[in-house]
Design a binder for this molecule. Structure first.
Ligand code: NAD
Ligand code: ZN
Length: 367
């Protein structure tokens, strides 16, 4: 159990195998008020098919039934159209501000439901039941919620914290290896940004993590959640540098995602892996770390089967195009783009003196 302590309010993130089978006990205080009415659960279609029965059975032990709302898998569901359909559905069910809605799925469902609950009657409660590695270590914790706009990803959103997060590691057994690896990139990120020892441990254990060996997986997820909880407690709304460090690899990665169309060609986590390699190499180029250190990052990610060379993407663009995507980054402002760079492995910082022309030249070398 990790506690996310925020000013005036806090919530628990529980990590463990089989938590969904025990949901009726784990989430009792948020389920009990639904007595006599069906419990609204918004679910990714795959997550429902593979793990919905466990939730249904757990709730049935106390006489509760579920009203399912299914969301099609994929980034396309973080849309205005889906948000409207979902909020209409929640209103039709008479959800009030004191009620809790349940979100079962990966980051797509978590972000969509979180945002719907942030604006429904000016804010109702929600419980996250993350079913992907990425959602368990990152997106379900911290209260960033959003849908996508035509101008870019996650541009319409709100800060709205869940009341409880149940990360059932047993869900990960059904996750495709490629999705598992993408989540592992975010796990490496925690080590690289603030804990070199953890980075080495993840490198050592990457095969066991990918194989869902719970004895390894559970403490690793809990460690990531613990780090995120500390960062969010210090800087809930990203007004200081602390939370920005979580964007390590993301400015570079985002440009690659934009260029590849935010789809199956390059998953978010894969883009983050490439972005971390680029951030490490760019840090070496600026003499912040050694080239050997930068390449040790590359090698660890490669050992875990993550992509590390953007030349392999076969992008049909030059460095200026990629740098231009970074200019439009949500965190950009006042003509500068903050970059998360490395002072050492396990020590990231926010660099505000990076010229995009320099980044473009660097990207040209990498392409
Ligand atoms: P996702 O939600 O799209 O899920 C990935 C795939 O796995 C989907 O096809 C889904 O159907 C499937 N799936 C889910 N659970 C499964 C299971 N247990 N077994 C088998 N298949 C399963 O992707 P994601 O990687 O979880 O999340 C990505 C989203 O998260 C992006 O939209 C990103 O913007 C967002 N995100 C948000 C935050 C935040 O702080 N709010 C942080 C990082 C990422
Ligand atoms: Zn990410």
């Amino acid at each position: 159990v990790v506690n996310v302590a925020l000013a005036g309010r806090s919530y628990e993130v529980r990590v463990g195998a089989g938590l969904l089978d025990d949901a009726i006990v784990q989430a009792r205080e948020f389920i009990a008020p639904w007595s006599g009415r069906k419990v609204p659960v918004v679910a990714d279609a795959n997550a429902r098919r593979l793990h919905g029965d466990r939730l249904t059975q757990s709730l049935a032990t106390n006489g509760h039934a579920i009203d399912w709302y299914e969301v099609s898998p994929g980034e396309g569901s973080k849309s205005w159209a889906e948000l409207e359909r979902l909020t209409d559905w929640l209103l039709a069910r008479g959800v009030t501000r004191s009620d809790h809605v349940f979100a079962l799925g990966g980051g797509v469902v978590g972000d969509l439901v979180g945002f719907a609950c942030a604006i429904l009657k000016r804010g109702c409660g929600f419980v996250q039941l993350p079913t992907t590695l990425l959602a368990q270590v990152d997106s379900s914790v911290g209260g960033k919620t959003a849908i996508n706009a035509s101008a870019g990803k996650n541009l319409i959103g709100a800060f709205h914290q869940p009341s409880l997060v149940l990360a059932d590691t047993a869900c990960l057994a059904t996750l495709p290896q490629r999705e598992m690896r993408a989540g592992l990139a975010e796990v490496f990120k925690y080590g690289l940004l603030g804990d070199a020892e953890f980075f080495a441990r993840v490198d050592q254990d990457s095969a066991a993590i990918l194989a869902c060996d719970n004895a390894v997986l559970e403490p690793v997820i809990a460690h990531c959640v613990g780090m995120k909880a500390r960062i969010v407690a210090e800087d809930e709304r990203e007004t200081k540098d602390a939370r920005a460090l979580l964007n390590l690899g993301h400015t570079f990665g985002h440009a690659l995602e934009a260029e590849t169309g935010f789809g199956d060609r390059l998953l978010h986590g894969e883009a983050v892996a490439l972005g971390m390699v680029l951030a490490a190499r760019f840090s070496a180029r600026r003499d912040l770390i050694s080239l050997a250190d930068a390449e040790s990052v590359t090698e660890a990610l490669a050992r875990a089967g993550l992509p590390t060379e953007i030349s392999a993407l076969g992008l049909d663009c030059d460095g200026t195009v990629l740098a231009d995507h970074m200019r439009h980054d949500k965190k950009a402002g006042g003509g500068t783009v903050p970059f998360i760079l490395l002072r050492a492995l396990g020590e990231a910082y926010v660099a505000r003196d990076v010229e995009l022309a320099d980044v473009a030249a660097f990207m040209d070398e990498q392409l």
